[in-house]
Design a protein around this ligand. Structure first.
Ligand code: FPP
Length: 242
């Protein structure tokens, strides 16, 4: 973990920050705008936060963009979110290269339209070698779904005799997760006053510190990011020890 001076004081910077970007709909409603306006603003804020976090020395950001449960929202909202994601995936190639950012998409690849899948593969391939911030976007993601998919892949490897029952341990299991090879988040941020995990990274958040803010995601800014980092520095992480 790197340290950085903020306002004259040295702080540890979380290597990996996970974010539940909540409150887009309420933010838009408070402004008498459609919910989709909130999502659109939210996606712009994400870009800014990535740049600011990168400047501070954060190495990984994982955001919850679309959950397996979000398909149950009204069709026009799902369509608007998919349109935003399409644009984000396309625009990200250029921006990622400019900022040396690697982008990975986690979640199920089922139910996604063919063009979205294509954009995902292109974006991942073209940014795989970049060594700056890694942005993981959870898209069509649910943690229970991820765990079940991991278990199925493991069973297939056992059937194919690539893995034995004795070899299954926590380190080996981790290799079957979508987040394989990425260190666990040090800090989780959830905006908009909700205190739930909502099926996000259940395995990976086992020892993560949680920071909750009342702010809606489109109002999240550098000040709030620094507040979260200061909060993280007040915590004493014991990982189950004393
Ligand atoms: C939660 O707000 C937010 C989402 C379900 C989607 C998050 C998506 C974005 C920030 C934009 C798209 C992302 C990318 C990567 C392009 P909510 O709709 O649940 O808000 P509410 O709780 O106020 O209704």
């Amino acid at each position: 973990m790197v340290t950085r001076k903020i306002e004259g004081k040295e702080y540890m910077i979380p290597t990996h920050i996970a974010i539940i970007m909540d409150g887009n709909g309420r933010w838009a409603k408070a402004k008498n705008k459609p919910r989709t306006y909130g999502h659109s603003q939210g996606s712009q804020i994400l870009e800014k936060v990535c740049e600011e976090a990168d400047d501070l020395g954060v190495k990984y950001i994982t955001v919850y963009a679309f959950s397996t449960e979000n398909w149950g929202r009204p069709k026009d909202e799902v369509d608007a979110l998919m349109k935003l994601l399409r644009k984000f995936l396309k625009d990200s190639i250029k921006k990622a290269k400019k900022n040396s950012m690697r982008v990975r998409i986690i979640g199920s690849r089922n139910n996604l339209d063919a063009d979205i899948l294509e954009s995902i593969i292109k974006l991942e391939n073209e940014t795989a070698h970049l060594t700056g911030l890694t942005l993981q976007i959870a898209l069509n993601y649910g943690s229970r779904n991820e765990l079940v998919r991991a278990m199925k892949s493991m069973m297939i490897d056992i059937k194919d005799e690539k893995l034995t029952l004795e070899q299954i341990d926590e380190a080996n299991f981790e290799k079957y997760l979508d987040t394989q090879g990425i260190p666990e988040p040090d800090l989780l941020i959830r905006t908009s006053g909700e205190h739930r995990l909502s099926n996000f990274l259940l395995w990976q958040l086992a020892y993560t510190e949680f920071y909750f803010t009342e702010k809606y995601w489109p109002d999240f800014d550098k000040d709030e990011l620094i507040k979260a980092i200061k909060y993280f520095n007040q915590r004493e992480r014991r990982f189950g020890g004393v």
